[in-house]
Design a protein around this ligand. Structure first.
Ligand SMILES: *[C@@H]1O[C@H](CO)[C@@H](O)[C@H](O)[C@H]1NC(C)=O
Length: 439
């Protein structure tokens, strides 16, 4: 198996050397790397200013990323109808450097990477000849204007990643009339700190929407009403305090909601109404208190991330009462969390993964890690008190447990003083005896 995966790599390297600067009609462009048995051409990070007019016509993947290219000349790809993937990330491209003829001939192009360039305006003509395109990456640009129906010609577009950054003019709702779209990742700034009405109205087939770090304060109750195939929505790093209660009323396939690092003071009712929800990411919200009632209605939940919540000090006995199907639980980064009730995990018998690193835990009951399905645990960077109460953990860490504990070397004692800084798994058993006579 090992040899099987390595052998082609060796061959590629050998053939790459053989093909470099080879003469002939299909020669490898200067400074680029070509392969004998693979139709890939890599001209990555070579200080190149212009795309070569003599590219091998059989090329399927072309990488010109990390160069200084300012424009894509007209007709340069006119004979490249086999090209499937074109990477122009991290160059100096602007809207002025791309015309309606720049991509002419790329009839089979499926993926186009234009991230980290200098585009300000996206116009309809740019992508006129890319009807097969499925994936378009426009991240890391400073796009302040998107023409009406800008993606009109992209009849097969499935994934769009775009930074739209204009606090003065909203993205026009017709900009995203892309009924074929399945994945949308949007970030940047928009005016009024809200998502324009109807922006997603035509995303009938979208399965995943991400609105990342856009300073959004409010969303409309009809934001995603047409997206019945929506599987996941992520609105991390915004300024949301609440959501319209019936926001998800038509999204019967929604399984994953991510609202981390917003301004929620409790789990919003809109989320609790998605009784079929499986994943909830809710880290870093200024919640004062989480109670069993916070999770009411979420009986199908399998994954729950409630880390970095300032109000989470104790996990009470019945904390997980309403989420009995939980398999993945993260409490990481709850800097004030100092107690997990010894019976709390009995309410989540299917738990497979538990993260409680970077909390304020000094002790832990053995029953917390005794669930029959538990496989992975993290608990480093807590002020563990290495006394009688934790003796079992040393044995647990060094024993042949089915549970994998990550970053064991960072599980250290804070107390008693004499053991401070020592790795818990290295504390000799007799130290516990000395620490407290009860052991
Ligand atoms: C962590 O717990 C200790 C008591 O064990 C407390 O004095 C301290 O304030 C707690 N830290 C935080 C950040 O809450």
């Amino acid at each position: 198996m090992r040899l099987g995966t390595r052998l082609p790599t060796v061959l590629l390297l050998v053939s790459a050397v053989l093909c470099q600067d080879k003469a002939g009609p299909h020669r490898c462009p200067p400074r680029c790397l070509c392969y004998k048995f693979l139709p890939h051409v890599s001209c990555r990070r070579k200080n190149i200013r212009e795309i070569s007019p003599h590219l091998p016509q059989s090329t399927k993947q072309l990488d010109y990323s990390n160069n200084n290219i300012k424009s894509v000349p007209d007709f340069i790809f006119s004979k490249m109808d086999r090209l499937e993937e074109l990477n122009l990330n991290k160059n100096m491209l602007t809207e002025g450097g791309i015309t309606q003829f720049s991509f002419l001939g790329l009839y089979n192009l499926g993926k186009l990477y234009l991230a980290n360039n200098d585009f300000g305006v996206i116009s309809r003509s740019m992508f006129q000849h890319l009807s097969r395109l499925k994936y378009l990456d426009l991240a890391g640009n400073r796009i302040y204007s998107v023409e009406l129906d800008a993606f009109y010609y992209l009849r097969n577009l499935q994934s769009l990643v775009m930074k739209y950054d204009n606090p003065r003019a909203p993205l026009p709702s017709s900009a995203l009339h892309i009924t074929t779209l399945r994945l949308l990742r949007l970030y940047g700034r928009m005016p009024q700190k809200t998502v324009p009405r109807g922006l997603f109205a035509y995303l009938y087939n979208v399965e995943y929407i991400e609105l990342f770090d856009m300073s959004i304060r409010r969303v409309d109750r009809d934001l995603i009403y047409g997206s019945q195939k929506l599987w996941g929505i992520s609105m991390d790093m915004n300024k949301l305090r609440d959501l319209p209660e019936d926001l998800f009323r038509y999204n019967k396939n929604l399984k994953s909601i991510s609202l981390s690092f917003n301004r929620f003071r409790d789990i919003p009712m809109a989320v609790k109404r998605v009784t079929w929800l499986e994943n909830l990411y809710f880290n870093g919200n200024p919640v004062r208190m989480l109670t069993p009632q916070s999770f009411e209605g979420l009986g199908e939940l399998k994954l729950l991330h409630i880390g970095a919540i300032p109000g989470l000090v104790t996990i009470s006995r019945t904390f997980f009462l309403n989420v009995p199907n939980l398999e993945f639980l993260s409490l990481s980064g709850n800097r004030r969390l100092s107690k997990i009730h010894q019976d709390a995990m009995l309410y989540v018998p299917k738990l497979k993964m538990l993260s409680m690193d970077r909390c304020n835990l000094t002790s832990l009951d053995k029953s917390t890690l005794s669930g029959g399905y538990l496989r992975v645990v993290s608990m480093e960077n807590n002020p563990w008190s290495c006394d009688c109460g934790l003796k079992w953990l040393t044995e647990f860490l060094t024993g042949e447990e089915k549970v994998r504990v990550t970053s064991k070397e960072d599980i250290t004692c804070s107390k008693p003083k004499r053991l401070a800084g020592m790795k818990l798994e290295q504390v000799p058993p007799n130290e516990f005896i000395v620490a407290e006579s009860r052991c």
